[in-house]
Ligand binder design. Structure first.
Ligand code: SF4
Ligand code: SF4
Length: 510
């Protein structure tokens, strides 16, 4: 066999190896060096103390891999037939220096793009759990107040107090979260109406949550179970923060809160067991406790590893309280964790209780003065293993609306409302007043009207109204049965139009 085949094969192998290098090196650098930095940042660690050198190492490594992939080795040449010998590009017909430069530039740009994509994938893949959390917890648009407040809520106050695990404190079932607080009248009103648990942190609120609460608590400190976090105004404390610096930060909180102690201090928004059990933080807690500056240890988490962190916290025996994200339809295995917390007498504070997403338009179809928030709270508090919930209060309207749910029992209509909400955001919700798909139907079906009548029947118990309006249409969705569905993909909101229309016809036909 002429050496040409061998040379060709070797050249292909080399090209494949260069491509593999170009993709593998940035990916591995991204995953092993840059991803932990990215993780620290989205976990909320103090950005001024993050090891930025990791980013530079990953970038320089990626650059080196790109150069390596572009580097041209001496080509193999078969001595018999000269296969593999390069004819200088400049000597080939129709080629020249300009073309050579263009080809090299295209190759370099392609290699750089491939390396960048691979490196970014290396950063994202290990952190992919944050995508769901980002969507459901951080990025969700939440309905925070009813558009139809009931005047009766104006006199609402706390009607139920529950024991917070082994701390033995009796805390208001609905309690003050202060992440967005900016008006001192709001916490003052809450204290007057019976709220006894306050949650804050050095990094909450642009106006400085701890300072504002220190002002509001004046004269009431003894009535309050006060919780803050191991944190600086610039972010959460990294694991390796020296013990004396941790103590100094906590003393800063005490100063801002105008108190000599906090009842509870949380390891803040914790996604990793190594941070949960960081020796420096635990030693600092023990020293602060000896000095009477803190009483109980807690952990707050609403992150991808919530279940692992919560289980470890309970098993360690170190934690008296856990503050966990908890709302309708999320964290399917949560019931076991709450049960386990109860068995170990660990108090549970629920947060992120207002699940939300595409919540606009929900109010349009309400038939009574009600509040999504109250249904969400009643569902959370219906679990006897939850000690209390904290919700962010910043608007005076929240005081009336949220406290009206205190001490009230979960009713079937609450569950129906929460399920209705889930259905509405599940991807087959036709937006009122939209109509963007109408031109896609050659039969001029009023798609938006048909789907609205379906909603009357399925989601609002207005079956007769829906059927009557559907029956009055000049054309109905029976046309869709034999239609090849040119409307497919016409809905920017993801409604599968033909399936939804057929479902509407099934539900609405007389
Ligand atoms: S199906 Fe989609 S595009 Fe059509 S009216 Fe409804 S939301 Fe708008
Ligand atoms: S499936 Fe129905 S809505 Fe879609 S184009 Fe056909 S007739 Fe129109």
């Amino acid at each position: 066999m002429c050496g040409a085949d061998r040379v060709e094969r070797t050249l292909r192998l080399r090209a494949g190896a260069r491509l593999a290098l170009l993709l593998a090196v940035p990916f591995l650098l991204g995953a092993s060096i840059a991803a932990p930095l990215f993780h620290d940042r989205i976990e909320g660690l103090d950005s001024t103390h993050l090891p930025r050198w990791r980013l530079w190492v990953a970038l320089l490594g990626t650059l080196a891999a790109t150069m390596g992939a572009l580097f041209r080795r001496r080509r193999l040449v078969c001595e018999t037939c000269h296969a593999g010998a390069r004819t200088p590009i400049a000597d080939r017909p129709g080629t020249g220096t300009t073309r050579r430069v263009v080809l090299r530039a295209v190759g370099a740009a392609g290699a750089a793009a491939a390396a960048t994509v691979s490196g970014v994938a290396g950063v994202i893949v290990p952190n992919r759990g944050w995508v769901r959390i980002g969507r459901d917890v951080f990025g969700a648009k939440v309905e925070t107040e009813s558009e139809h407040p009931d005047p009766a809520w104006a006199t609402s106050r706390i009607r139920s107090y529950r024991r917070l695990g082994r701390t033995n404190a009796m805390v208001s079932d609905i309690s003050l979260g202060s992440g967005r607080i900016h008006n001192v009248d709001v916490p003052r009103a809450l204290l007057e109406r019976g709220v006894t648990y306050i949650d804050t942190s050095p990094d909450y609120s642009e106006t400085g949550s701890e300072r504002l609460l220190g002002e509001a608590m004046r004269g009431h400190r003894d009535e309050i179970f006060l919780a803050t976090k191991f944190c600086r105004p610039t972010g959460h404390l990294p694991n390796d923060t020296p013990v004396k610096d941790i103590i100094t930060e906590v003393e800063g909180s005490l100063s801002r809160l105008k108190t000599d102690h906090v009842d509870l201090i949380h390891i803040h928004s914790c996604d990793r067991v190594d941070r949960l059990m960081a020796p420096n933080i635990h030693e600092a807690f023990d020293r602060l406790k000896e000095q009477g500056k803190v009483r109980f240890l807690g952990v707050s988490t609403h992150t991808p590893n919530l279940e692992k962190v919560a289980n470890t916290a309970i098993d360690s025996g170190r934690f008296d309280v856990m503050m966990l994200a908890y709302h309708f339809g999320m964290w399917p295995t949560f019931g076991h964790i709450l049960e386990k917390a109860k068995q170990h007498d660990v108090g549970v504070v629920a947060m992120k209780t207002l699940k939300g997403a595409k919540h606009a338009n929900l109010a349009e179809f309400r038939r009574e003065a009600d509040a999504y928030s109250q249904s969400a709270f009643r569902w959370v508090l219906s679990n006897p293993n939850v000690s209390c919930l904290v919700v962010s209060f910043w608007d005076p309207r929240h005081v009336d609306e949220y406290l009206a749910a205190s001490g009230t029992a979960l009713a079937p209509h609450d569950v129906a409302r929460l399920e209705e909400y889930d259905r509405l955001v599940a991807g087959d919700y036709c937006q009122p007043h939209c109509g963007k798909c109408l031109d896609s139907c050659p039969h001029d079906l009023p798609i938006n009207d048909v789907l609205r009548y379906r909603m009357y029947a399925k989601d609002y118990d207005w079956a007769e109204e829906g059927r009557s309006r559907y029956g009055a249409l000049a054309k109905d969705a029976s046309i869709c049965i034999g239609c090849p569905a040119p409307c497919r993909g016409a809905c920017p909101h993801g409604v599968p139009i033909r399936d939804a229309m057929l479902d509407a016809h099934r539900v609405l036909r007389a």
